[in-house]
Design a protein around this ligand. Structure first.
Ligand code: ZN
Ligand code: FE
Ligand code: FE
Length: 192
């Protein structure tokens, strides 16, 4: 009779999936950085690429803490997200629009990782694998911070530049309604 799999087996499986996903992402993040026009966006992808290399090492520590060999198992989810990101990069978009699309691709990956690590932390805690839980939580925090950073860049000007290129006639109205970040900051400095 075949053994019935336990949550511990599922946990090891998901760790292998995450390990493979991170390795795929190191290559993808380098491409996202290269395709970025905004220097801040490029820097954000490069910074997260370095973090991702650390996350791979952290997963190796997790495997070690569980007396398991570090081994990957092809992550179809991240592969699909990367595939979609590649199609976007092949499009002929203006620079701010491409940057907005690169952020959208990057955030899909971060949200996928947040879901994966959220589960891994919860399972590790439930099974009393406290060292693994602590390490996985550190990575979850980095993924959340990377996601927030991308939102800040999108909302801090990239989306508006792309929108202005799409609808130049509406730019005046948006400024008139005090909706642009530049206008808001000048209003703030005027008060100070
Ligand atoms: Zn276990
Ligand atoms: Fe990651
Ligand atoms: Fe990430």
């Amino acid at each position: 009779m075949a053994d019935t799999g336990s949550l511990h087996d599922a946990f090891i499986d998901e760790l292998r999936d995450a390990y493979d996903g991170e390795k795929q992402l190191t290559k993808a993040l380098a491409k996202l950085a290269k395709a970025s026009s905004s220097p801040q966006l490029r820097e954000a992808f490069e910074t997260h690429l370095e973090e991702t290399k650390g996350q791979i090492e952290r997963l190796e520590q997790v495997f070690e803490s569980l007396d398991e060999k570090a081994r990957g198992k092809h992550c179809d989810g991240i592969a699909g997200i990367i595939e979609e990101g590649k199609s976007v990069m092949e499009e002929d978009f203006d620079e701010p629009t491409m940057d907005a699309c690169l952020i959208a691709s990057g955030q899909r990956a971060e949200h996928y990782e947040m879901a994966a690590y959220g589960t891994l932390v919860a399972w590790a805690q439930a099974m009393g694998h406290t060292e693994a839980a602590t390490l996985l939580q550190q990575t979850l925090d980095e993924e959340k911070a990377a996601d927030k950073k991308l939102s800040a860049l999108a909302e801090g000007g990239i989306n508006q530049s792309a929108a202005d290129a799409a609808h130049p006639e509406e730019k005046q109205r948006a400024v008139g309604a005090d909706a642009s970040p530049a206008r808001k900051s000048s209003a703030r400095s005027a008060r100070n």
